[in-house]
Design a protein around this ligand. Structure first.
Ligand code: SF4
Length: 374
């Protein structure tokens, strides 16, 4: 299994909490697409595996027009071995999902939509400075389903200072009402240099409440379970057969190729990351100059990454994997640190696997940091 990620670094406007790499100026869109095409071709010799997942993320890939999407998809299919039943996801903002856009997405082979709803409440959407309103969030899901997309995921955010329990319950109820088979729900975090961080610093917005966040997280777990969704990763909930294959591959340590400014790749025992600047990326590709850095992942980092990603999932940590892939010092460290948790309410063991319980999920960061080898 291997995946390709394409980063489209443009957005209509800046959401107050966002620190992803994007630009609200579309001035360099054409040049950037040419650069993406060049990188896709150039990386062909680095990545010869069969591709099972394609993921367009951003930024806002649903801003791309038909010809732009077709150009990128054509060059992908021409240069890589793409499996027949490849999961092809595109992140979309609700306000972009017109009937015409949905037709285009079908035509280029998209079979999974990731819709950035974030909330179905207008006050919250305004607070986040999102480009859509609640009515557009709802109608975009309906239109997508009418257009024949059954594999849909939506994003929701909890923990904002203005999110009440009633609105959170209403947001979750929409998942059920629209019969959306997958949900990614993230707690709001205050990233440095974002508008939200400035608002909090200036006293215009209250600081976030940990207690409220935990209460909303518990509601999330209860409600999604009642809807028949499985929490297969701490922030991801899906019905059987609708887990994100692309993200599951990340968490299972499969290789992936990232294309575009700020995109990361994981190939062999190396990690690569592209420059996080549109102009630098475009110019470097144009002039055949360096546009990425790389590092070799040492044993300690590989162990820490394994613990970090696997503990967040229902696949858990495999004790035998650790035994056979890491040196004796790391093994002893793991045995010592996991021991106090093994007979606690935080972890349960399934044969060879160590998996977080519902209680354990609430202290996942603490358990992970105890298991880290530093
Ligand atoms: S649309 Fe997505 S990537 Fe763009 S600013 Fe908002 S959260 Fe960030």
């Amino acid at each position: 299994m291997a995946g390709i990620y394409i980063h489209i670094p443009f957005c209509k406007q800046s959401c107050s909490y966002c620190d992803f790499h994007f630009s609200t100026s579309l001035k360099h869109k054409k040049d950037l697409i040419q650069a993406l095409v060049k990188e896709i071709k150039a990386k062909k010799s680095h990545f010869k595996k069969e591709i099972n997942t394609i993921y367009f993320g951003g930024g806002t890939p649903s801003l791309l027009g038909k010809n732009e999407l077709k150009t990128i998809v054509d060059v992908l299919y021409k240069n890589y071995s793409i499996a027949d039943k490849t999961e092809f996801t595109i992140e979309c903002n609700p306000d972009d999902l017109s009937i015409d856009k949905l037709k285009i997405l079908k035509e280029v082979g998209v079979n999974r939509l990731s819709i950035g709803v974030q909330s179905f409440d207008n006050d919250e959407l305004k607070f986040f400075n999102r480009a859509h309103n609640a009515a557009e969030a709802e109608s975009s899901i309906k239109r997508s389903q009418d257009a024949g997309f059954s594999n849909i995921t939506i994003d929701l955010i909890y923990g904002s200072p203005i999110l009440t329990e009633d609105v959170w319950l209403m947001n979750l109820q929409k998942v059920k009402d629209f019969d959306v088979p997958h949900l990614s729900a993230y707690s709001l975090t205050v990233e440095p240099k974002t508008a939200l961080a400035h608002q909090i610093k200036a006293g215009e917005t209250p600081v976030l409440s940990d207690d409220k966040m935990i209460a909303q997280f518990k509601t999330l777990i209860q409600k999604t379970a009642a809807f028949g969704m499985i929490q297969y990763e701490i922030s991801n909930f899906g019905k059987e057969g609708f887990y994100s294959q692309h993200n599951s591959n990340y968490w299972k340590g499969e290789e992936y190729l990232g294309i575009g400014p700020s995109a990361h790749s994981y190939i062999g025992n190396k990690r690569f990351w592209n420059v996080s600047n549109n102009i630098k990326y475009i110019n470097a590709l144009k002039n055949n100059e360096a546009y990425y850095n790389e590092e070799t992942i040492d044993e300690k980092t590989a162990y820490n990454e394994y613990v970090l990603t696997r503990l967040r999932t229902i696949w858990g940590i495999e004790k035998n994997y650790i035994k056979h892939n890491f040196n004796s010092k790391i093994n002893q460290h793991f045995q010592r640190e996991i021991q106090p948790y093994l007979n606690s309410s935080y972890i349960h063991q399934q044969n060879d696997k160590v998996v977080l319980t519902d209680n354990g999920i609430l202290i996942a960061d603490k358990i992970t940091s105890d298991l880290f080898y530093v």
